[in-house]
Every structure is written in structure tokens, then in C-alpha cells.
Design a binder for this molecule. Structure first.
Ligand SMILES: NC(=O)c1ccc[n+]([C@@H]2O[C@H](COP(=O)([O-])OP(=O)(O)OC[C@H]3O[C@@H](n4cnc5c(N)ncnc54)[C@H](O)[C@@H]3O)[C@@H](O)[C@H]2O)c1
Length: 356
């Protein structure tokens, strides 16, 4: 039997569970070490999954457990770049959660570290691995949608600032744009064939804060921080993003907005058909000069667990030379350039051009 790849996870909070479960179920990998700056979280997750090599410092882990082959980076956003670069410099392949980094400069440094060390760096754009994305890519590649020229996407909550590190810019890099917007912007870009971004016009609002005054229970809540509980991120961001070739995405991402109910909606429009994903998965087209609505079967809808398995398994396959990386460092850098430009445009009130 071939030797199993040895895996370490840096940051073993909430989302790490989905990485861990899939490394456990994949026959080609075994978990060997965990790292977290929070000793209680570290101990709990170590016991839960039978991992005994536990560290509160990833430099120490990389030095003391040289047999590690792969690392998942699931920390707060501020540690994505330093932890990924340390792992890449130690010769490990890295799957780093989204957003790739705090900004494009850090993302470029991560990409450079992967190149320099000849290692794979995959970004955790999980929506690329959804069933719905596969079906739409299939439609687009077979010409069923024609030229995709416009998309609109919203990921907006009424009272959904999770607090903790999510609201603290030093740890997160920003608010709903960098946390939620990143998913839908990347998904639309992927479905359009990964066009390069050209320019953005954006706005961001700091009006409602984290709505701590609201007594109605909230659905989103991050672990409390021992440090000061600040909220200095935007509560809503919106932007028009123009891509090479002329396609435009109109995006909204919000933690807090006085709207009726939380909204997730992604629509792409082409000359031959339009698709709507989330909440429904429908195709709007024409047949024999009639407008026709096609409702896709339920098993083509997005399934988070299945998509996560696809993401982790695809990373393992890429490391073993059995497939290519579907969410590359280049894709991560392109996304960070878009996000940087939206934040800059929001500050200046001007359209921002994005260089190559
Ligand atoms: N793909 C998705 O759909 C998805 C969903 C949720 C979160 N995420 C991303 O996953 C990351 C983690 O989010 P979460 O919700 O799991 O947060 P979390 O707070 O539950 O977990 C993060 C963990 O990282 C640890 N940590 C922070 N800095 C560290 C460092 N320097 N070294 C080691 N450990 C460190 C924290 O102590 C914490 O236990 C974020 O980047 C977030 O954007 C992705």
C-alpha cells in the first residue's frame, strides 16, 4: 500500500472541522498534527480526532514534525499569509481558507512562496466545487448560455455580524465583503471562465455596526475574543466589477442591513440563457421562440458538505499529480485585487482600475 500523506491543520476552530473530516475519510491521508493559538480549542480538537502532536506555534510544529506533507490553514484571515508562507518555505503543500489573505500584496507573497518552493497552494474557494457550479460550467462550455455578459450576486444578512474576529479589521482585513463577498465574486468569475478583473466602482457603509443592541437572537456568532471587542469593519459593501471581455458583476455583501430577511442570490445572464443559483437553481432560456423556464433537479443544487469534500479531495489529488488545482493562487490574487480595489473605491468615491 502506498504511504499516506501526512496532514497538519493550523487553526482548529469552526471551519477546520470540514477539512479534518475529509482528511480522515480520504484513504490517502492521515492527520498528524494540529496547531492553534488557543490551547483549549487545541486540546479539545486534538482529543476529538485523536491527534497527539499539538502546538500553539506553527513554526515550532513545522520544525518538530518534519514528516508533514500537507497543511490546511484555517486561522483568522490575518494569519493566512504568514502561516501559509512558513508552511510553503518548509516544503509543504498548502490549502488556505478564503479569503486568501488580508490584501493583494500578501496574496502575491504567498503565490511567490509557492513558486519558489515548487509547492501547491490552493485557495479555499469551496463554491467552485459545488454540483451547481459543475452543471453551469457544463452548460457554458456547451454554449447553452451563449455569451455571459452580466451577473448579480448578493450575500446580505439582516443582523449577521458574527462578532469576535469577524468584526475586528486587524484580524479579518474587512467585513462582509472579504468574508461573504469573496465567495460569490469568485464563483461568478469561475463560472465566467476566470476573466481578469479590469476595474471596480464600489461603496462601503459603516452605519449599523454589529447591532449589539438588538435583542432578537442572531444566527451567527463567532467565538468571543479575550482582546477588546471592536467592530471597525463595514456593515455593507456593494460594487460593480468589470472584467476583461466586458462582462460586469453587480455584487452586494452585508452583515447588517434593514431588509426583510437574509438574502443569498446569484444570477448570471448570457445571450442564450440565464441561470439562477441560490436559493433556487433555474435556467431561463428560449425554445422555438417561446420563453422557457427549466427547473433543474434537486441533486444539482449546492451542498456544502459535498462541495467541501470535493475541495479537499481535489487538493489531495493535485498533490499526488492526479489532477490540476481548481482554485489557484492566481485566482486568489485576482480576488484580493478586486477586494482591495472595492475598498479603495469606497474610500475615494472613484472608479479604480486593476492592473495585471
Ligand atoms: N469556506 C468557507 O465556507 C468558510 C466558512 C467559514 C470560515 N471560513 C474561513 O476559515 C477561517 C477560519 O474561520 P472560522 O470560522 O473557523 O474561525 P474560528 O475563530 O472558529 O477558528 C479560527 C481558529 O484559528 C485560530 N488561530 C488564529 N490565529 C492563529 C495563528 N496565528 N496560529 C494558529 N491558530 C490561529 C483561532 O484561535 C481559532 O481557533 C477564516 O479565514 C474564514 O474566512 C471559510
Amino acid at each position: 500500500m502506498a504511504k499516506k500523506l501526512k496532514v497538519a491543520v493550523i487553526g482548529v476552530g469552526n471551519i477546520s472541522t470540514f477539512h479534518i473530516k475529509n482528511y480522515l475519510s480520504n484513504p490517502d491521508t492521515e492527520l498528524v498534527a494540529f496547531c492553534d493559538i488557543n490551547p483549549e480549542t487545541l486540546k479539545k480538537k486534538g482529543e476529538m480526532y485523536g491527534v497527539e502532536k499539538l502546538f500553539t506555534d506553527y513554526h515550532e510544529m513545522l520544525e518538530k514534525v518534519p514528516e508533514i506533507d500537507l497543511v490546511s490553514v484555517c486561522t483568522w484571515n490575518n494569519a493566512h499569509a504568514p502561516a501559509s508562507i512558513a508552511a510553503l518555505n518548509a516544503g509543504k503543500h498548502v490549502l488556505c481558507e478564503k479569503p486568501m489573505a488580508m490584501n493583494a500584496k500578501e496574496a502575491e507573497e504567498m503565490r511567490e512562496a509557492a513558486r519558489r518552493n515548487g509547492r501547491i497552494l490552493q485557495v479555499g474557494f469551496v463554491r467552485r466545487f459545488g454540483n451547481d457550479a459543475a452543471v453551469i460550467r457544463d452548460f457554458a462550455e456547451h454554449g447553452n448560455l451563449g455569451e455571459l455578459y452580466y451577473a448579480r450576486a448578493s450575500y446580505v444578512r439582516r443582523n449577521g455580524n458574527p462578532g469576535g474576529w469577524f468584526g475586528n479589521k486587524k484580524l479579518s482585513g474587512g467585513g462582509p465583503l472579504i468574508d461573504l463577498g469573496v465567495h460569490v465574486i469568485d464563483l461568478v468569475r469561475y463560472l465566467m471562465g476566470n476573466p481578469a478583473p479590469v476595474s471596480v466602482y464600489g461603496a462601503a457603509f459603516h452605519k449599523l455596526g454589529n447591532r449589539k443592541n438588538i435583542k432578537t437572537p442572531r444566527a451567527y456568532s463567532a467565538p468571543a475574543l479575550e482582546t477588546e471587542d471592536v467592530c471597525d469593519v463595514e456593515d455593507l459593501a456593494t460594487a460593480l466589477i468589470r472584467f476583461e471581455g466586458g462582462a460586469v458583476l453587480n455584487v452586494q455583501a452585508g452583515f447588517c442591513l434593514n431588509l426583510g430577511k437574509d438574502e443569498t442570490n446569484i444570477e448570471l445572464f448570457g445571450t442564450k440563457g440565464g441561470v439562477q443559483l441560490d436559493p433556487a437553481f433555474n435556467l431561463y432560456t428560449e425554445m422555438n421562440d417561446y420563453l422557457a423556464d427549466v427547473k433543474l433537479a434537486a441533486d444539482t443544487a449546492f451542498d456544502f458538505e459535498a462541495a467541501f469534500q470535493g475541495e479537499v479531495y481535489s487538493f489531495i489529488d493535485a498533490v499526488q499529480g492526479r489532477g490540476s488545482v481548481r482554485a489557484t493562487a492566481d485566482d486568489g490574487v485576482a480576488l484580493m485585487k478586486i477586494l482591495d480595489a472595492i475598498y479603495r473605491s469606497a474610500e475615494t468615491g472613484e472608479e479604480v482600475l486593476i492592473g495585471a
